[in-house]
Design a binder for this molecule. Structure first.
Ligand code: RM4
Ligand code: MN
Ligand code: MN
Length: 419
């Protein structure tokens, strides 16, 4: 891939844009370094075209195994220098030769982010079904099977150098009366305690919540309140994970983030966007202002606690859908996240606090929206350029006909494991 030719051709235009931005806004010291340090993990299940329950339209050249998924993330990272980690879902991506997988990832400059367990599907060789839940199940044998699976996932993660387990449960009920909520909650906590006990000392456990789907009446870890109360019962290594698509419509996610962060219980993120529910669309494609407001709270809250933006929370994308090239989509998502982060770094916090203390509501809105309406793409591109990435990753992906090359080497009718 010829990144430097591509960059040379775009350099004059890029410099003009960056100079204009610098003439318009005061760039705080260190902002480029923060952007360069910020890495967003790519989920191994988002590299193929996702499907819905109605169908799946495979795009061709999809990765057929874990090695090819790592190669795909390596390609993204080469282009944007900001996707330096991969998050695996077990059993979709069991590393059969962990040492080889680790060194392959290292060759691509990739680390292993959180590992994800799966007790929302039945596997062919499984003794007990998860049809009526996993960690909440009425049968102790089913709960044990789900606990053991999570412990197994931790072991895979240890071999790869991961530092976190993400637990997302589909447990819940479809009809009123089906479930004793209290018992389901208590069983889930008891099961989580056993998983937590198997956690290495330098690991975190992220407990993800979701309002509905696949259960349509209740979800046992249905909102941040349920997750927060559970992780508090587990201990300091357990934290809540916020997946942007897992809220009821119009939920004030930025406020949720602010409170969890203040309580020291925000673990990480699954970025995506949605119009209706868990749509798993490209980050920033539907509600970019919300994404910015979330980052505004993140930066404010992390700075208040002296946290390292890049390292102290888990940053992951969780997306999957039908109609885009998954690699192009992921490039778009990463850039949207970086734009929101860059804008949050530009907020004049002293002025904002002063306006708040003076109850100057109009000024507060002016301050935030002035930043949101500032085009910071040149700043994000400059960070990429300094790291050796491409000024326009999607353009280069297309110029170099990368999808066509993947189709040539892997075939037109490939189906990646995952969703
Ligand atoms: C769920 C949730 C989990 C993800 C699965 C595939 O809705 O977002 O994080 O692992 O989907
Ligand atoms: Mn998720
Ligand atoms: Mn989801």
């Amino acid at each position: 891939m010829n990144i430097s030719n591509h960059n040379d051709a775009l350099l004059a235009q890029h410099t003009r844009r960056l100079d204009f931005l610098k003439s318009e806004v005061n760039l705080p010291a260190g902002i480029l370094q923060k952007l360069k340090d910020f890495q967003i993990a790519i989920p191994s299940w988002a590299l193929g075209t996702g499907g819905t329950r109605f169908g799946r339209f495979s795009g061709g050249g999809e990765p057929r195994n874990l090695e090819e998924k790592i190669a795909d993330v390596g390609l993204l990272h080469q282009l944007n220098q900001s996707s330096g980690a991969i998050s695996l879902h077990i059993p979709w991506d069991i590393p059969t030769d962990p040492a080889a997988i680790r060194s392959l990832a290292a060759q691509h400059g990739l680390a292993f982010d959180a590992v994800n367990s799966n007790t929302f599907q039945d596997q062919a060789d499984q003794a007990h079904s998860y049809k009526f839940g996993s960690l909440q199940h009425v049968s102790a044998a089913t709960r044990k099977q789900a606990i053991d699976h999570n412990i197994e996932v931790i072991k895979h993660g240890v071999e790869l150098g991961s530092k976190a387990l993400t637990v997302w449960l589909s447990d819940g009920s479809c009809f009123p009366g089906q479930l004793n909520f209290r018992k389901a909650y208590e069983r889930t906590v008891d099961s989580l305690k056993e998983i937590y006990a198997a956690l290495p000392a330098d690991w975190s456990l992220y407990l993800e919540y979701k309002a509905y789907e696949p259960n349509f009446y209740s979800t046992t870890v249905g909102d941040w309140g349920a997750s927060y109360s559970m992780v508090n019962k587990l201990g300091p290594q357990a934290k809540t994970l916020v997946d942007l698509g897992h809220h009821l419509p119009n939920a004030n996610i930025e406020q949720i983030v602010s409170i969890l962060l203040m309580e020291g219980k925000l673990g990480g993120f699954h970025f995506n966007d949605s119009k209706y529910g868990d749509d798993d669309l490209t980050a920033g494609s539907i509600k970019p202002y919300q994404l910015f407001l979330i980052f505004n709270e993140l930066v404010e809250g992390m700075d208040a606690k002296g946290m390292n933006h890049a390292k102290d929370l888990g940053w992951m994308i969780d997306a999957s859908h039908n109609v885009k090239d998954p690699l192009e989509d992921l490039l778009q998502s990463v850039e949207a996240i970086q734009i929101a982060y860059a804008q949050a770094l530009l907020v004049d916090r002293v002025a904002l606090e002063a306006a708040r203390e003076a109850n100057d509501v109009v000024r507060c809105q002016e301050i935030l929206q002035a930043v949101f309406r500032t085009d910071v793409r040149a700043l994000v591109a400059q960070a990429r350029l300094e790291l050796g990435g491409a000024l326009d990753p999607i353009a280069l992906f297309r110029q170099e006909k990368m999808r066509e090359q993947l189709i040539k080497s892997r075939g037109a009718k490939t189906v990646a494991t995952g969703l």
